[in-house]
Write a new protein. Structure first.
Length: 218
């Protein structure tokens, strides 16, 4: 059994990666790792509240490894904190670090470069799956999520708060990736085959911060 730590964004791609890894008999998942903005107690980019993040980990029945990051956070500090987490993982006999990345080669190369000195194996269970098919498979497979963040430079802010479903996929502009892999949008997962029980999200206000529309769920 390969002991695997999964990078957890609180969104659909990491959740589906969790589901795929659990389908493999050679994998033992040991935890979900998330970077958290210490100033606001929210997941970076997605804006997911810490309370929702903790509920997700409870539903996934996995321990949560939180990496606190200052705001603002330099790349130097980020890499230092991640190196500390990798040291902990090695000390706890973790074999591999998994990511929900889909097709951006520069992101994958960066992760592989950072992990190489640690001896931890990088895993990409969703790598280069066609995103149109992947998005439909997630929905058909029972994954339920809502759009938590929209980059208004790439997608109208009105998509914030919407359910990630077939209707949303039909409404996306043709230049937008169906899984939002280029940062067009991010999601917050509340149910699916990776959870023992669904989360009951309550939708709050939608706010505009620096060109991003955030839907606040709690």
């Amino acid at each position: 059994m390969k002991r695997v730590l999964l990078s957890w964004s609180s969104g659909k791609d990491s959740a589906w990666a969790l589901h795929c890894l659990r389908c493999r008999p050679d994998i033992e998942l040991v935890g979900l790792l998330t970077t958290l903005n210490s100033e606001f107690q929210r997941v970076a980019m997605h804006g997911t509240r810490r309370s929702v993040l903790e509920a997700q980990a409870l539903a996934a029945q996995l321990p949560l490894w939180i990496v606190p990051l200052p705001w603002p956070c330099s790349n130097e500090i980020y890499e230092q904190r991640m190196a500390e987490v990798c040291d902990r993982a090695v000390s706890e006999h973790v074999d591999a670090f998994a990511f929900g990345d889909l097709f951006l080669p520069d992101v994958r190369a960066y992760r592989e470069k950072q992990l190489k000195p640690t001896g931890l194996e990088p895993l990409f269970p969703l790598w280069e799956l066609p995103t149109t098919t992947l998005a439909r498979d997630m929905i058909a497979g029972g994954l339920c999520s809502r759009v938590a963040c929209v980059d208004t430079r790439q997608l109208p802010g009105s998509f914030a708060g919407r359910e990630f479903d077939a209707a949303l996929l039909r409404d996306l502009p043709p230049e937008v990736d169906p899984c939002g892999e280029r940062g067009e949008f991010h999601t917050c997962v509340y149910d699916g085959p990776m959870f023992a029980a669904p989360l009951h999200l309550q939708a709050g206000e939608v706010v505009d911060r620096d060109g991003f529309m955030f839907a606040d769920f709690q």
